[in-house]
Design a protein around this ligand. Structure first.
Ligand SMILES: [Zn+2]
Length: 339
């Protein structure tokens, strides 16, 4: 029987459960709707049914495997309780770990979803073989996580890595966190749409206006398509996005001096539209990056498939490769780390 564990990604829309072996092979993945309206007990019940089904299918006669569960929001890791979660209304103060453990009779580990995505990319994805890295997830907001020596760095309260609330514009757009000009107000999917709508309202973006009027689901994808077709206002929106991301990265790179920074999340597919300005901004604002950016020697070593450890020590900024499965792999990895 395979040596495996269970990874769970509990999102506000989808609930995904996977059985993954200790060497990273995906045995099976189940995707369910998260029925948030039915409350946490119902969702946890469905989750546990799926975990038990997968566990029984692959465990033979052995003990139930451990599970690692990613949850959006602020999690009290010691108490195993969700403190707040914008995506899971009604879950605040819910004793999620205790409820799941008592239904399963197995050990359960929790963490924030963005942190588990980072762990997944570090274990099996873009940062495989890299012990010290950070991940920036560009989605509705910006998720962040720091991995040191192959383990998630939580900080004192589990709140380390809030890259989305680094200030990039002192008097900028107000943010839900109470600050103004946070990076996620400029470099997230929500921010793209807001900035595009502001240009439309100012009468500066006729093509964007047409796209927004023709489709109620006007979003990042349409702005990207227009930018790629050369529409100047759409390109401007992505320049603003890339600039904010570059400013945020400059701060992180200066402070942490890590080996790798992985950029993931849905908006990452618009890489071509924002990456050039992001790198330009990063290089001009971060002395650490300017001194450690990859050069020709590094590119050669990387292309020759030399082991990561023997390559020149450079700061690598790269795209995530596991997509939305990163959090499932990170969840399955969590029990082995014993935290
Ligand atoms: Zn903020």
């Amino acid at each position: 029987m395979p040596d495996f564990s269970i990874g769970v990604d509990l999102g506000g829309t989808n609930l995904r459960i996977a059985a993954i072996t200790s060497d990273g092979q995906l045995l099976e993945k189940v995707t369910l709707d998260t029925k948030v309206a039915f409350g946490p007990d119902h969702v946890v019940g469905e989750m546990c049914d799926a975990i038990l089904r997968l566990s029984n299918q692959y465990r033979g006669g052995g003990a139930l495997p451990d599970a690692g569960i990613g949850i959006p929001g602020i999690i009290d890791l010691e108490a195993g309780v969700v403190r707040t979660s914008a995506n899971l209304p009604g879950w605040a103060e819910y004793p999620v770990r205790r409820e799941i453990e008592s239904r399963l009779g197995a050990r359960v580990f929790l963490d924030n979803d963005a942190k588990l995505a980072a762990l997944g990319e570090q274990w099996l994805g873009a940062a495989r073989g890299v012990n010290n890295m950070a991940m920036i997830t560009l989605g509705t907001g910006i998720g962040g996580a720091i991995v040191l020596d192959g383990k998630i760095f939580h900080g004192m309260n589990g709140m380390a890595g809030e890259f989305g609330h680094v200030t990039v514009e002192p008097e900028g757009a107000p943010c839900g966190c109470g600050n103004r000009g946070c990076s996620e107000r400029y470099a997230s999917a929500t921010a793209l749409v807001r900035m595009a709508r502001e240009m439309i309202a100012a009468g500066q973006a006729p093509e964007l206006a047409k796209a927004a009027a023709s489709d109620p689901e006007f979003g990042a994808r349409m702005i990207y398509d227009l930018a790629m077709r050369g529409d100047e206002p759409a390109k401007q929106v992505f320049r603003r996005f890339g600039r904010a991301l570059g400013m945020m990265l400059a701060d992180i790179v200066n402070v942490l001096n890590l080996e790798m920074y992985v950029i993931g999340g849905g908006v990452c597919s618009a890489w071509d539209a924002f990456a050039p300005i992001m790198f330009e901004e990063l290089r001009s604002r971060s002395t650490v990056y300017a001194a450690t950016a990859p050069d020709e020697a590094f590119e050669k070593a990387a292309a020759s498939a030399a082991p990561v450890a023997t390559r020149p020590r450079k700061t690598i900024i790269t795209r995530a490769i596991l997509g939305s499965d990163a959090g499932l792999f990170g969840g399955a990895r969590l029990p082995a780390l014993g935290v």
